[in-house]
Design a protein around this ligand. Structure first.
Ligand code: NDP
Length: 475
């Protein structure tokens, strides 16, 4: 019988699993590992010097589980979907009461709800945990969004806190709520990431096609913006990617990369869930759609040839200091609106699922380690941690001031892009949402009138309580 020496077990040694295991091993935890391709566990131990000494490779699932201290912590890092169910079916008959399964992949939170209910019927525990930060985050400090029972988190905290990213010394990991809360928050994190990246890409489009700047010049602009309000990992890597040269051709790397974006589903899930909750997350929708349109390269080329006669007005963008300041302010303002939408989805989901999501805490654990990490998230934390947390971020005094200051820049940039024929779907979505959300009287009174005319769907009146139907003229 092998000695039960491991503090935690990692099942799945792909990019994320291997790096998380090394991160844990480096922090002094003994980590049992198991992988479909068994050799990867041995390689992880043998190729990582002293850190590797804390890795315990195993040949079978039985061997793996036999090396774990009680209660066993079994962390899954396998592709999301049916493989998680298959692996759960494989290990559950071998577990003991109190053991904890942690699914740390990018699960659809609906699957996490289902799995949580399934495990509730057993003496085991199930934790759905979102992990952000990619390969480097997993290795040196990810941001982790933990769901499941609060009591279960007490068993994980001593391992998760040391391996997490730190923002000014504070660990970027927290228990966020029961069952699917962690994976839901991770999904919306990714949705916001989509919107943020799309808006940056649209500003890049203006700099490239509106101002005719070269990649290297744009790198300097983004690097400059990264020193102020827009300071963030995504803006930082924008500057880095724009500055990079292709060794084959000597051209900027971005100029030799095909303009077809991939997606793995979390952005789409964010949109689906926001629609189910009745929350407009238009910037995320625009970003997901833009990736879909981008992947239809041949169709876009055909359309370009058919509409080549459509003249775009001469771009009125200016590459001087004022012109660049305007683009910077527009991006910053649209970004606030996108994050407000993401947090509005979280607010609605929290009410729908009785999760009581700690919104300030969520912004706090996103400040480091994850892809959307930024200075700006600290401002969001402060807004939610204040004496009167806002119902929507756009109501927080600090953001009212910032959006009021930047709104005209966003308006001018979107208008000029429209005239110049430069696509800015997410920036435009942010502006339109803002204009819709900030007006007390909208236009759906007309929609209600139409619905009542063709379907007797009834309406409310502005001057009397009750539900009304009007006898409209026959059409
Ligand atoms: P990889 O593709 O790098 O690794 C997948 C792992 O799962 C491998 O160890 C693989 O084993 C194993 N595996 C694949 N299929 C099976 C199967 N049928 N049965 C058993 N094991 C299997 O994935 P990642 O590490 O990138 O991602 C893991 C999870 O983390 C996913 O849910 C992903 O969405 C999520 N994630 C990924 C991030 C990233 O930046 N990559 C960031 C955040 C989350 P083998 O070695 O034998 O192929």
């Amino acid at each position: 019988m092998s000695e039960r020496i491991a503090d935690i077990g990692v099942l799945g040694l792909g990019t994320m699993g291997a790096n998380l295991a090394l991160n844990m091993a480096e922090k002094g935890f003994k980590v049992a590992v198991n992988n479909r391709t068994v050799e990867k566990g041995y390689a992880l131990r043998d190729e990582n010097g002293e850190i590797g000494q804390n890795i315990v490779p195993t040949d079978s699932i039985e061997d793996f589980l036999s090396r774990l201290k009680a209660p066993r912590l079994v962390l899954f890092m396998v592709p999301a979907g049916p493989i998680v169910d298959e692996e759960m079916q494989r290990i559950m008959p071998l577990l003991s009461p109190g053991d904890i399964i942690i699914d740390a992949g990018n699960a659809d939170f609906n699957d996490t709800l289902r799995r949580s209910r399934l495990v509730e019927e057993t003496p085991f525990h199930f934790v759905g945990m979102g992990v952000s930060g990619g390969e480097l985050g997993a290795r040196h400090g990810p941001s982790m969004m933990v769901g499941g029972a609060r009591e279960t988190y007490a068993s994980l905290q001593p391992i998760l806190e040391p391996i997490s990213a730190k923002y000014e010394g504070e660990p970027c990991v927290a228990w966020l709520g029961p069952d699917g809360a962690g994976h839901f928050v991770k999904t919306i994190h990714n949705g916001i990431e989509y919107a943020d990246m799309q808006m940056i890409a649209e500003i890049y489009g203006i700099l490239r096609d509106g101002l005719g700047l070269a990649a290297g010049e744009m790198a300097d602009i983004f690097a400059d913006w990264n020193t102020r309000g827009l300071s963030s990992y995504l803006v930082e890597i924008t500057a880095v990617t724009l500055a990079e040269k292709d060794s084959d051709t000597g051209k900027p790397m971005v100029d030799v990369i095909l303009d077809e974006a991939g997606q793995k589903g979390t952005g789409r899930w964010s949109v689906i869930e926001s629609q189910k909750l009745g929350v407009g997350a238009t910037t995320i929708e625009a970003a997901v759609s833009a990736r879909s349109v981008s992947s239809r390269k041949a169709e876009r080329e055909l359309t370009e040839s058919l509409y080549s006669s459509v003249a775009s007005a001469k771009a009125e963008f200016h590459g001087d200091k004022d012109g660049l300041n305007e683009l910077e302010a527009a991006l910053e303002t649209a970004k606030i609106i996108a994050y407000a939408q993401g947090f509005a989805v979280l607010t609605a989901a929290s009410a729908e699922h009785s999760w009581n999501l700690p919104l300030g805490e969520i912004a706090r654990i996103w400040r480091a380690g994850c892809i959307i990490r930024s200075q700006f998230l600290d401002d969001i934390t402060k807004a939610y941690d204040g004496a009167e947390p806002p119902a929507n971020l756009l109501h927080a005094p600090e953001f009212v001031a910032r959006v009021s200051a930047g709104e005209s820049a966003l308006r001018r940039v979107v208008a000029k892009a429209a005239l110049a024929g430069i696509a800015v779907p997410a920036l435009a979505a942010a502006l339109s949402y803002f204009d819709d959300y900030r007006r007390g009287r909208g236009t759906t009174n007309l929609t209600q009138a139409q619905r009542d005319l063709f379907g007797a769907h009834t309406f409310h009146r502005t001057d009397k309580d009750g539900v009304f139907h009007h006898q409209w003229p026959a059409v």
